[in-house]
Design a protein around this ligand. Structure first.
Ligand code: HXC
Length: 510
C-alpha cells in the first residue's frame, strides 16, 4: 500500500513539474509565474481541486509520440474565491508553449461543462501559442468545441479571461467571446497572427508590443478591459472582481457586509457642479462619494474615457455604474463610448446587476469622422442596451442631458425605474447658444435681442423643472442626498419583476 501511495505522489510530482526546471526558470526570468503558482494566488488557500492531471496527448506525427508531459499544457479544476466556487483553467506555457491539442481541449471543455452545469463563474488564465501545430485539424476541432461552449455559457455564467503571456490564434478568439479580458503589462500580447506572419503577409514591421501589447488593447482596440503591472496584481484584482459578480444569471448579486451607512449624506456634493456650464468636474468624485466605501472596480478605464463604467456596491450589494465624464470631451457620446457602455449595460442586465446611470452629456459628437465610423449604429447599441434592460435602473441627471443623449442615458422613456435630477440639471434639445442661433436666426444681427432670447431659453429650458412637470423626472433631489436616495430606490426595486416579450433573441445593431 505504502508503495502504491508513493507511486501516486511521484506521478503527481511529475505532472506538477510541467515542462521541467529549465523552462520554469525561463518563465520566471520573463517575469511570469507558472500556471500552478498563478492558481495558488487566485484561489483561497488550499481550495484548489485539480482535474485531469495525468491526461496526455495522443499525437504521433512529427515525433510527438516521443514527447509526453502529464497534464498536456493546461491545469484545470475548481476552487473558491473568498468562499465562493469558481472553475478555472490555466495554460502552462512551459509545456508545448501552452498550445492546444485535442486532449488539452477536452480538459478545458470538461471544466466549461462543469461550470455551466453548476452555475459558477469560469476563469481562464492564458499564456499560450494557439493550436498545437503538430496536431493540425484535431487541434482546430478542439478550439471549435471550446468556442461553442463559450457561446452557450455567455449570459449564463460570468466568463473571465486573463492574458498572462504571448497569446495567438485560438487563445485570443476564445477570450474574445468571454465577458472580460484582462492583460499584464509588458509580458502579455494578443494577436490573431504574430509579428513574423504580419511581416510576411503585409510587409509591415511591428514588435509584439506594438501589435498586441496591453497598451494597444486597453486604449486603441478596446479588446482588453484593464491591464495590470504584473501577475500578482492581476490575480489579486481578479479576486476583487469575483467578489462583485453573481455566480450566474439566476443567482442574486453577492451581498458583502459594509460599515458605510446607506443614509450617509455628503455636503461636498452641493458644490461639485462649477458655476460655468462649460467647466468640467470629475464624475469619479461623485461615484467615490456615492458608493460604499468609495470602492469602484472600473472597466475599460483607459478607453473612451468620456464615459465611465464599472462595478461598486450600495448597502453591500453590487451595482453597475454608467456615467458620462465631463472631464473628457465634455462627456460627449461618440461611437467608442456608446459601444463601451452598451456592452457593460448588457453584462449587468444578463446577470441581474442593477444599473445606476449618472448623466452629464452635451449630446452625440458631430462630424464626418463619427458619421463615417457608424455613429448612428454604435449610438443605437447603447440606446438598445438600456431599452432592453430589465434590471433595476436608477438615473441621476447632474447637469446636461441634451438631445438624443437625454433619451439614451436610461431616461424614463426607456423604462428607467427611478429618474432623479439635481437642481443644476439642464434637460433640453440643446444648449442655449445653439438653440437661439437656430430658432431666432432673424435676430442674429441684434446682440441685445439675442442676449434676451438666450436668457429666456436658459430660464425656461435649462433646468430640470420642465421635465419634472411632465413626470419624466420623478423628483429633483439635493446633491448631498444622492447616496441616500439611490440606496432607498435600490432597496425598493429589489422585488422588481419585468419581462420583455418572448423572442429567440433580439437583433441588436451589431
Ligand atoms: C506547438 C508550440 C506552439 C504551437 C509555441 N510552441 N507555440 N508548439 N504548437 N502553436 C512551443 C515552441 O515550439 C517552444 O517549444 C515553446 O512552445 C515556446 O515557444 P517559443 O517560440 O520559444 O516562445 P516565444 O519566443 O516566447 O514565442 C511565443 C509565441 C510563438 C509568440 C506564442 O511560439 C508563436 O508564434 N507560436 C505560434 C503561434 C501560432 O501561430 N499558433 C497557431 C495559431 S492558429 P520548446 O520545446 O522549444 O520549449 C490557431 C487556430 C485556431 O490557433 C483558430 C481560431 C479561430
Amino acid at each position: 500500500m505504502k508503495q502504491i501511495l508513493e507511486t501516486l505522489e511521484a506521478r503527481r510530482a511529475g505532472a506538477r513539474a510541467g515542462g521541467g526546471a529549465a523552462r520554469v526558470a525561463a518563465q520566471h526570468k520573463r517575469g511570469k509565474l507558472t500556471a500552478r503558482e498563478r492558481i495558488e494566488l487566485l484561489l483561497d488557500d488550499g481550495s484548489f481541486e485539480e482535474f485531469d492531471m495525468f491526461v496526455q496527448h495522443r499525437a504521433t506525427d512529427f515525433g510527438m509520440e516521443k514527447s509526453h508531459v502529464p497534464g498536456d499544457g493546461v491545469v484545470t479544476g475548481w476552487g473558491t474565491v473568498n468562499g465562493r466556487t469558481v472553475f478555472l483553467f490555466a495554460k502552462d506555457f512551459t509545456v508545448f508553449g501552452g498550445s492546444l491539442s485535442e486532449t488539452h481541449a477536452q480538459k478545458i471543455t470538461k471544466i466549461q461543462d462543469m461550470a455551466l452545469k453548476n452555475r459558477a463563474p469560469i476563469i481562464g488564465l492564458f499564456d499560450a501559442g494557439g493550436a498545437r501545430i503538430q496536431e493540425g485539424v484535431a487541434a482546430l476541432g478542439g478550439y471549435g468545441e471550446v468556442f461553442q461552449r463559450n457561446v452557450l455559457a455567455s449570459g449564463v455564467i460570468p466568463q473571465i479571461s486573463v492574458i498572462m503571456g504571448p497569446c495567438a490564434g485560438g487563445d485570443v478568439y476564445s477570450p474574445a467571446m468571454t465577458d472580460f479580458i484582462f492583460m499584464v503589462r509588458d509580458t502579455s500580447y494578443m494577436f490573431v497572427t504574430g509579428p513574423e506572419v504580419v511581416k510576411t503577409v503585409t510587409n509591415e514591421s511591428v514588435t509584439a508590443e506594438e501589435l498586441g501589447g496591453a497598451s494597444v488593447h486597453t486604449t486603441k482596440s478596446s479588446i482588453a478591459d484593464k491591464a495590470y503591472d504584473n501577475d500578482v496584481e492581476a490575480l489579486l484584482q481578479m479576486r476583487r472582481l469575483i467578489d462583485f459578480l453573481p455566480a450566474s444569471n439566476t443567482a442574486d448579486v453577492p451581498e458583502i457586509p459594509t460599515f458605510d451607512d446607506g443614509e450617509r449624506i455628503d455636503l461636498s456634493l452641493d458644490t461639485i457642479i462649477p458655476d460655468s456650464a462649460n467647466k468640467p468636474y470629475d464624475m469619479h468624485e461623485l461615484i467615490a462619494k456615492m458608493v460604499d466605501e468609495g470602492d469602484f472596480f472600473e472597466i475599460q478605464e483607459a478607453h473612451a474615457r468620456n464615459i465611465i463604467t464599472g462595478f461598486a456596491r450600495i448597502e453591500g450589494r453590487t451595482v453597475g455604474l454608467v456615467a458620462n465624464q465631463p472631464m473628457v470631451l465634455a462627456g460627449v457620446l461618440d461611437s467608442d463610448a456608446s459601444r463601451k457602455a452598451a456592452r457593460f449595460v448588457r453584462f449587468c442586465d444578463c446577470f441581474n446587476i442593477p444599473i445606476i446611470t449618472l448623466v452629464d452629456v452635451p449630446g452625440f459628437l458631430p462630424g464626418t469622422a463619427q458619421e463615417y465610423g457608424g455613429l448612428i449604429k454604435h449610438g443605437a447599441k447603447l440606446l438598445f442596451a438600456f431599452a432592453e434592460a430589465t434590471v433595476p435602473k436608477v438615473t441621476i441627471i447632474t447637469r446636461k442631458a441634451f438631445g438624443g443623449a437625454y433619451d439614451v442615458m436610461a431616461s424614463k422613456h426607456l423604462r428607467g425605474d427611478v429618474n432623479y435630477a439635481w437642481p443644476t440639471a439642464q434637460i433640453a434639445v440643446m444648449g442655449a447658444k445653439g438653440a437661439v442661433e437656430i430658432i431666432f436666426r432673424a435676430d442674429m444681427n441684434d446682440p441685445a435681442k439675442i442676449a434676451e432670447r438666450t436668457k429666456e431659453y436658459e430660464e425656461r429650458f435649462l433646468s430640470p423643472f420642465v421635465a419634472a412637470e411632465r413626470g419624466y423626472i420623478d423628483e429633483v433631489i439635493m446633491p448631498h442626498a444622492t447616496r441616500r436616495r439611490v440606496a432607498r430606490a435600490l432597496a425598493m426595486l429589489r422585488g422588481k419583476a419585468l419581462e420583455n416579450p418572448w423572442k429567440k433573441h433580439d437583433n441588436i445593431p451589431l
